[in-house]
Design a protein around this ligand. Sequence first.
Ligand code: UGA
Length: 338
Amino acid sequence: MKILILGVNGFIGYHLTKEILATTDWEVYGMDIDDNRINELENSRLHFVEGDIEINKEWIEYNIKKCDTVMPLVAIATPKMYVENPLRVFHLDFEANLDIIKKCAKYKKRIVFPSTSEVYGISPDAEFDEDKSPLCTGPINKERWIYSASKQLLDRVIWAYGNHENLPFTLFRPFNWIGPKLDSIEIAKEGSSRVVTQFIASLLFKKPIYLVDGGKQMRCFTYISDGIAALIKILKNENNICNKQIINIGNPKNNISIKDLAYLMRDIFSKHEKHKNDKEFSQIMEIDSKEFYGESYQDIYNRKPSIEKAKKMLNWEPTVDLEEALKLAIDAFINEYE
Ligand code: UGA
């Protein structure tokens, strides 16, 4: 199989490509604006081109025609950016990806598209079901929702192309995937990365860990290897079982409040071989979301996936518990940055 991965150097793109090269005979055609993660993966089946999906459109169209499956993974996925630069999120996450979706529809190429846990938003369901749960966002003045709304409309567009113009597709919804190389520590230094990298950066630089609005909000963290195992099965698509499906990929057992996460991460960090003799560790402090993110932020208090579909269709189940996932992520960051 020939697979086109746009955003091949991103967190998911990098880990997925690594697994594809190690366990399959597929050819990967990849584009990204950077190569800092992917440059360690030298392999004759990886055809990497440095480029921008908003600029290098001819290369993309040529490779969509040439490949069997397309994975457009380019997107801004950090909440701080949703509120600071919502139009950038719209242009990149929505407009640039819409163009790619239309080209997949034109050439009838299978698209495996990253939807997001954010589409469920503040849905009242205790566990989010792909085919039943309502998708609920907040008011327009809460700009955080531009990412969720953009992704939701793309989901609907792909669904419609699939139903009315025979576009082969699978949508997958990652639930807070974490692991080595999640976000860069440089971005975390500015306070703009996702929570796990943000807390690791605070621990590394002995800065305070901030609990937004007290940290009562819950997330189910999923270790990257579990996510990638599910994605490989989706890409293999035995008996076309994943066609026209939306699939949550998360670990409902790893459900934890952000406050408990902070204490657990500090505990793991303080027991790490390189830090067990440190005299001081980051303080854990509360902060108002208006101060941390700004007025147009709104949080999500529960986010738990139902993974019944993934279990049944993919014969898959997550295996890495939260403590182990955090230990692996923290250890990888310490070894990369110290
Ligand atoms: C994330 C992002 O939108 C995407 O990466 C993705 O689509 C989705 O969730 C996912 O990974 O499933 P969210 O979980 O809200 O959204 O993003 P984080 O930045 O990781 O924040 C998690 C929680 O921690 C939020 O409630 C936030 O307010 C809190 N937080 C974050 C803190 O308390 N302190 C911090 O320093 C950072």
